[in-house]
Design a protein around this ligand. Structure first.
Ligand code: SF4
Length: 709
């Protein structure tokens, strides 16, 4: 084991997995110093997808995991809600109080008045999802996971029939790549590795479809800067041209698709001029893109999470998946489209999620509507009891969830008990009655799947956590024992759960996966390219989407691909379309606590077209206010010509406290559920905009006082 000559530190390199909410799920090489601290973090060279590359955020993970502001002790609120006044308590007292509050709410209002709430602060299956086991065994309210992927999931499934597609490494073997609705330079950098390989080896041409000139768009060859929420119109026009100009592969469609004749007739009126009026692109841009796409069999479309942020995202994504079907591109190596690899893992999550304890009669509450739920909106509560107690793990809804002023109002309720299990004193943790200190990924065991690739990996505990931090699994087990909840999963360690889940799912056990480092779960070329048919029972790709199978709010959705005009369209009162896009240095609200990420991001900033700025008297670096019926937000302006006039972009998610008046960008975002099944619409917001003439109050800081015992 090498010694560092200057500091005489024992250095060893250990394998791990990035747990963050990113499709890349990178295979990591982590330097462990003296068995207790971490040094450099690198991407595993020999993993076929990671290929030695990780993002800068995680490369400097030592800054986050050894941050002096880590929570290390359980805390009890001593001041008013949200005041940030706490005193330290022991774990037994903390867990006793939480269990007592859950039991009290159950006795007074029924078990559904307890709503455990979680999300993707870690993507490890055991630590992220184990809270569901407690929920199901105790009959607490269930959670509909609508922040993030659900809108795109249903859009993909509507046509393809299952969440599967060609191996993303095949991007390197494409002659044309369309990066559509995603900015991998900011959010999944490994996509760019394989794109670069295709450019170098094959001279591949890269088109980027995105409402603004992202880092990805700047690295591509052609940027199609369409208006937000108009992707379906662009896809329809490309298909129109394919039929019009004889590129459509009728033999392929006859064998593999449900209703090509109906599609062709439907698209006859949806040509480039029609799409130009909707998208704001020129008809010439659309014709050029269509010609390139239609004449390149090895065309790979990488679709991304931009689709999941719009009211019409499901229909938009369905329209895009129709493209490789009309052209028959699916059948070529380096051709087709990829959204997510989820179907390949065939997990049996009975142990982790407690699926054998699910009571279908228990109500399901929409996580995107947490503001409406906590403020007692009857429809959001499904007509049932209010929520009186919650445990929050792995998410920061006071900043992340839509309609954030309403969310904050809900958390301020005096009759709501809140426990938050967190790594830092987030704005949600500040609202808590009990704060529990949480481990980070290198301090606990977990198993991971890659949405953006095909690998199963285990991240084993490498170092001890600071202070008294405990893992999500340990907290769930501790509460289960106090509440009398019985399930085999409450009697197992995290590694035992990993091992049992792997085996139950048909994969090698934990020991073997650790020894092999990863399992490549990639199915055959025949399966990922749908050579034997698509995922529907009839084996056809469905141009005619049966939305009724995918969610209750389906009646108004177009069956055939179209522009579904239900977005928050501009009006004279709200003449701008706002996109709240992900910042490069943050990942949701993770990393907003690290000084380097904050310094590199600068400050909350609106990207504004110079023509709009000139008209409104907005100057570079000046303050600007954006608003709608839900609230108003003050940011600084950056003049930027990489978007259409009438479009504004604010990259985030900055904490609310970093905005003037401490009102963050998600105050403007609606909690309208997207059809057919729900989903948060972060990129689908009409706003007014004005120069902020009056100096606006600066943030007052985020002081937290912890009294000595
Ligand atoms: S690119 Fe994504 S998966 Fe890879 S290290 Fe960064 S955040 Fe983690």
């Amino acid at each position: 084991m090498p010694l560092d000559s200057s500091a005489m530190l024992r250095r060893e390199t250990r394998p791990s997995v990035c747990p963050h909410d990113c499709p890349s799920t990178c295979a990591l090489e982590v330097e462990v110093l003296d068995g207790s601290r971490i040094g450099a973090v690198r991407g595993a060279e020999d993993n076929g997808y990671t290929a030695g590359v990780i993002c800068a955020k995680v490369a400097r993970y030592a800054e986050r995991i050894h941050h002096p502001d880590r929570l290390t002790q359980p805390l009890l609120r001593t001041g008013p809600k949200g005041s940030g006044q706490f005193r330290e308590i022991g774990w037994d007292e903390a867990l006793d109080r939480i269990a007592g509050a859950f039991a009290d709410a159950t006795a007074r209002h029924g078990a559904e008045s307890v709503w455990p709430y979680y999300f993707a602060g870690t993507m490890g299956l055991v630590q992220r999802d184990g809270i569901n086991r407690l929920r199901h065994v105790m009959r607490y309210s269930r959670q509909l996971n609508t922040i993030c992927s659900i809108i795109a999931d249903v859009g993909w499934v509507a046509g393809v029939g299952c969440i599967l597609g060609p191996d993303p490494r095949e991007m390197a073997e494409a002659d044309l790549i369309v990066i559509w609705g995603t900015n991998p330079v900011n959010t999944q950098v490994n996509v760019m590795t394989h794109v670069t390989r295709a450019k170098k080896a094959r001279g591949a041409k890269v088109y980027v479809v995105d409402p603004y000139r992202t880092g990805t768009a700047a690295a591509g060859d052609v940027h199609l800067a369409l208006r937000p929420g108009t992707d379906g119109a662009l896809a329809c026009a490309v298909m129109h041209i394919a039929f019009r100009d004889g590129y459509a592969d009728r033999d392929y469609m006859r064998q593999y698709a449900d209703c090509p004749e109906a599609l062709e007739a439907h698209l006859a009126s949806r040509g480039p001029e029609w799409a130009a009026a909707i998208t704001g692109l020129s008809a010439e841009e659309i014709e050029e893109f269509a010609r390139a796409y239609c004449t390149t069999p090895r065309s790979f479309i990488r679709v991304g999470y931009g689709f999941t942020r719009s009211r019409n995202g499901a229909t938009n994504l369905h329209a895009v998946t129709c493209l490789p079907t009309v052209l028959g591109h699916w059948r070529h190596k380096g051709g087709g489209a990829h959204w997510n690899s989820r179907a390949i893992y065939h997990w049996d999550k009975t142990l982790i999620d407690g699926l054998d304890a699910v009571d279908p009669a228990v109500r399901v509450l929409d996580m995107s509507r947490i503001g409406a739920v906590l403020t007692g909106e009857r429809e959001a509560l499904k007509g049932g009891a209010g929520v009186y107690a919650t445990l929050i793990q792995s998410t920061n809804p006071v900043v992340v969830a839509p309609d954030s002023l309403k969310v904050r109002q809900g958390f301020l309720r005096e009759d709501l008990f809140v426990a938050v299990h967190e790594q830092f004193m987030t704005e949600t943790a500040k609202m808590a009655d009990i704060v529990l200190p949480a481990t980070m990924f290198l301090e606990h065991d977990d198993v991971y799947q890659g949405g953006g690739h095909t690998f199963i990996q285990i991240g084993a505990k490498l170092i001890e956590a600071p202070g008294a931090c405990r893992s999500n699994h340990e907290v769930v087990v501790g509460l289960a024992h106090r509440l009398g909840a019985r399930h085999p999963g409450f009697e197992m360690t995290a590694m035992e759960m990993i091992d049992a889940t792997l085996r139950a799912s048909g994969w090698p056990g934990a020991e073997e996966v650790l020894a092999r480092r990863w399992v490549d779960a990639v199915p055959s070329f025949e399966d990922t390219h749908f050579l034997s048919g698509f995922g529907h029972p009839d084996k056809k790709f469905h141009f005619s989407a049966d939305w009724s199978r995918l969610g209750p709010d389906h009646a108004r959705m177009p069956k055939l691909p179209d522009h579904f005009a239900i977005i928050d369209s501009v009006t004279p009162e709200h003449p701008f379309r706002l996109v709240a896009a992900p910042a490069r240095q943050f990942l949701n609200t993770s990393f907003t606590e690290t000084p380097t990420a904050r310094r590199r991001e600068g400050r909350p900033t609106a990207l504004i077209h110079p023509e709009d700025a000139a008209r409104l008297g907005i100057v570079e670096g000046g303050r600007v206010r954006l608003g709608n019926a839900r609230g108003a937000v003050t940011v600084h302006a950056r003049l930027f010509d990489g978007l259409q006039p009438g479009v504004v972009v604010v990259e985030s998610i900055w904490p609310n406290a970093d905005f003037a008046e401490q009102v963050g960008i998600n105050a403007l975002i609606s909690d309208d559920p997207a059809p057919p099944v729900g989903g948060a619409v972060f990129h689908d917001t009409a706003v007014w905009m004005e120069a902020a003439t009056e100096p606006t109050e600066l943030p007052v800081g985020d002081a937290v006082a912890v009294a000595a015992e």
